[in-house]
Structures are given as structure tokens and as C-alpha cells.
Design a protein around this ligand. Structure first.
Ligand SMILES: C[S@@+](CC[C@H](N)C(=O)[O-])C[C@H]1O[C@@H](n2cnc3c(N)ncnc32)[C@H](O)[C@@H]1O
Length: 198
């Protein structure tokens, strides 16, 4: 998968655009800036938006090409982000550290997702907020974005199980219009969630 992503990011264009994801922007704007973790952050659109708004951002992604482009975007906007090139399953994250997490369109198989999410939840402070938007299983077969195989698409009950130790304030499967770069275009079936660590 790492090769797939490095290949995708060889283009000069930003695959998902340079504007932040709408749901992420809407939710992060409600929070007081602190330390933010962005797993699978890709080319840095969410990281740069948050850094411009006072967040101290750590991004983790296994694509070195993504890091190069994220750093370019950060440079254009005169902000800094801490970008770690590592797989989410193996990343060494600090415990009880982050005030917020943005898990946006990161699609792992169920074993890796469970492993990654456990680490992510451990890395959050008490009171930390997790913002989540990913494609649901109902996106399968649509050509508007996301994985082409069911094993990397999510169900509400799967995500609800992963959030079982959190206070979930929002968790919905929704059909939304997507307009994010070349690869998220048209109507998509997504799961959106917001949950707080007790
Ligand atoms: C669809 S892109 C989304 C990027 C970003 N979150 C956004 O919304 O623009 C998915 C990203 O997850 C990263 N990724 C996928 N699997 C990963 C893994 N196991 N460990 C680390 N990064 C991963 C890819 O390299 C890619 O940059």
C-alpha cells in the first residue's frame, strides 16, 4: 500500500486538494487549539489549516512523498508541522498527549485499524476529541473515491465498537457531496463521528 500512495503523490497536483476537509474544519473550529494528531495525513491540507489556526500539529503517514508535499504546503503558508513518516500500526505515539485527533479518510483493514485506533486513543488526553470521516461500506462500487475493496471500508457498528470507551456525541452514516481534489468527486457514502475521551 505504501507504494500505491507514493505513486499517487508523484503528481504536482494535490490529490485531495489544498483546502481542509469540510467536516474536519467544522469540528476543529469549535475547539480551543492545543496539540493535534493527524494519522494518515497525506499531503497536509488538514495539518496546514489547523497550524494556521494555532494548533501544534503532528502528522503520521507512511508515505515519504506525502511528507514532501505537506512540507511544501506548510512552507507556502509559513507554518510548521511535525510530520512523522511511519505506518500507523508501528508508530510510537506519546500517551495522554493530544487534545484532538483528525482521522480523515484513512482506510485500513480491520486488524490494522483496531491496532492503530488503540494507539491513537492511548495518545489522547482525557477530554481529547476525535474527529472521524471515512467512507462506509456503502461506498463500495461507487467511482467517487475511496478503496476498491470491502475490507478497507467501514461500518457504523465497527466504528461504534472502536469508540466504545469514548463518549460519542455524533456517529452517522451519510451521503455527502465530495469536491476534494481529483480523487474525491461526486456523491459519497461516509461515516462521520465525533467522540471525546472520558
Ligand atoms: C485518502 S489519503 C487521506 C489523506 C488525508 N487524511 C486527507 O484527508 O487529505 C489516505 C492516507 O493514509 C495514508 N495511509 C494509509 N495507510 C496507512 C498506514 N497503514 N500507515 C500510515 N499511513 C497510511 C496514505 O499514505 C495516505 O496519505
Amino acid at each position: 500500500m505504501k507504494d500505491f500512495w507514493n505513486q499517487r503523490y508523484t503528481s504536482k497536483e494535490f490529490a485531495y486538494g489544498i483546502e481542509p476537509n469540510d467536516f474536519f474544519r467544522h469540528q476543529i473550529d469549535k475547539l480551543r487549539p492545543g496539540k493535534l494528531l493527524l494519522p494518515g495525513e497525506g499531503e497536509g491540507r488538514n495539518a496546514v489549516y489547523a497550524a494556521k489556526n494555532g494548533w501544534e500539529v503532528t502528522a503520521v503517514d507512511f508515505s515519504v512523498k506525502a511528507k514532501v508535499k505537506a512540507n511544501r504546503l506548510a512552507f507556502w503558508h509559513q507554518v510548521e508541522i511535525n510530520y512523522i513518516v511511519e505506518s500507523l500500526e508501528n508508530a510510537d505515539l506519546p500517551e495522554n498527549h493530544f487534545d484532538a485527533v483528525g482521522f480523515i479518510y484513512v482506510h485500513l483493514n480491520s486488524t490494522d485499524l483496531k491496532k492503530a485506533m488503540e494507539k491513537i486513543l492511548e495518545s489522547m488526553k482525557s477530554g481529547g476529541v476525535l474527529i472521524f470521516e471515512c467512507f462506509s461500506e456503502k461506498q463500495y462500487g461507487r467511482k467517487t473515491g475511496g478503496p476498491k475493496t470491502l475490507d478497507r471500508l467501514y461500518t457504523v457498528s465497527q466504528i461504534s465498537n472502536l469508540f466504545s470507551d469514548l463518549k460519542v456525541s455524533y456517529l452517522q452514516e451519510e451521503e455527502i457531496p465530495l469536491d476534494e481534489g481529483e480523487f474525491h468527486q461526486g456523491r459519497g457514502m461516509v461515516i462521520r463521528g465525533v467522540a471525546t475521551k472520558p
